[in-house]
Design a protein around this ligand. Sequence first.
Ligand SMILES: NC(=O)c1ccc[n+]([C@@H]2O[C@H](COP(=O)([O-])OP(=O)(O)OC[C@H]3O[C@@H](n4cnc5c(N)ncnc54)[C@H](O)[C@@H]3O)[C@@H](O)[C@H]2O)c1
Length: 263
Amino acid sequence: MNDYIKFRKEIVEMNVKNRVILVTGAGSGIGEGIAKKLAQNGAKIVINDVNIEKAEKVAREINEKGQVAIGLKADITKTDEVQVMVDEIMARYGKIDGLVNNTGVVRDNLILNMPEEDFDFVMDINLKGAWICSKAVLGHMKEAEYGRIINISSRAWLGQVGQSNYSASKGGLVSLTRSLALEFAKYNITVNCIAPGLIDTPLIRSLPQKVQDNLIKAQPTPLIGEPEDIANSVLFFSAEEARYVTGQVLHVDGGKSLGARNI
Ligand SMILES: NC(=O)c1ccc[n+]([C@@H]2O[C@H](COP(=O)([O-])OP(=O)(O)OC[C@H]3O[C@@H](n4cnc5c(N)ncnc54)[C@H](O)[C@@H]3O)[C@@H](O)[C@H]2O)c1
């Protein structure tokens, strides 16, 4: 614990300056918002996506503001591709301080209509992908005695009709978070989880307007969240100042996890 961060006396800021942070699936939506927020705060961001054009576009937009980011292609379900990506980060920066396991997909259906391959597809990307990426960086973090891992789960981990695959994958991420937090706490590595509710991304905007309206109406806070709402929470968990918070799940969902609004 020789690198245990000492509190500063001046105004507390969420410090991620010069921290090298890998954000997976950051070519769009919430991941893009997370990458931009962390870069604004001085972190050096690696934008991963299976779609390299999207990753490079986000990296370019960050660079144009004088901040630091690179785009790297890897399918997070492929151990060898993730290893190449992590080796490249280590060669360039010599460290990996943070990992945001953001990548996630949906293949919704009632279980009786859900093909088995849709269960495997969602579990592979949402849960196994996060496990593969965590495994690839944790050795380096352990050696450095510093690390921050943030897993992007979903409010749906509490259960959702038509999402037996997605919900199970996101519940699995909560359990993964807790297990890794226990395994690595003694190395000054924290592992936390954020469970977003309805967030304004291409994924949500592709739903019929009536479905969007009904989803918003069912929430205690009748608003759709922005990627920045999630990014602000990621900034907190990524910061040096969050050193004593590990294994936690933070719902950023306008209160949806409390249950339906009573109207
Ligand atoms: N949007 C919401 O309302 C909402 C709510 C709760 C949780 N979430 C979670 O937030 C995360 C981000 O969601 P989003 O709405 O921004 O999604 P999105 O579809 O906008 O972005 C996901 C990105 O992941 C990339 N990707 C897909 N498969 C990949 C793979 N195998 N390897 C690397 N990259 C891959 C895609 O190319 C895409 O750029 C997901 O984990 C999602 O489950 C979203």
